[in-house]
Design a protein around this ligand. Structure first.
Ligand code: ZN
Length: 119
């Protein structure tokens, strides 16, 4: 018996159309931020402060960025305008990353099928 490889997934034409549509949508978001948005409650150094009894200060919001092993940059987002922009920038970055990942998936499949992926 001869094993035949079944055709799986969308046709090459469908993949190419998806790629064209995707490329028309992908734009570098001007506000993109590769970061995380983190909230923290903190204790201060003062004795007899309410935070020493469990009522911590905050929440404080931070933008956190990782640059490889042990290299973390973090800063306090002081205003609500900063926090809003940070959340929007992070969301824009994630959406952009998902689009790039989808493009990579399509290109991988086209390459596997012996198709041209440039141009
Ligand atoms: Zn305190």
């Amino acid at each position: 018996m001869v094993k035949t490889e079944k055709a799986r997934g969308p046709t090459t034409d469908v993949l190419r159309k998806r790629k064209t549509t995707l490329l028309s949508k992908i734009k570098v978001p001007p506000d993109q931020l590769r970061a995380s948005y983190v909230s923290q409650y903190l204790t201060c150094g003062k004795k007899n402060c309410r935070c020493q009894r469990g009522f911590k200060h905050g929440p404080f919001y931070y933008l956190v960025q990782c640059f490889g092993t042990g290299q973390v940059r973090k800063f306090l987002l002081k205003t609500s305008a900063q926090r809003k922009q940070a959340r929007a920038g992070i969301a824009a970055h994630l959406k952009w990353q998902r689009q790039l990942a989808e493009l990579s998936e399509i290109n991988t499949e086209l390459l596997r099928r012996g198709e041209k992926i440039s141009g």
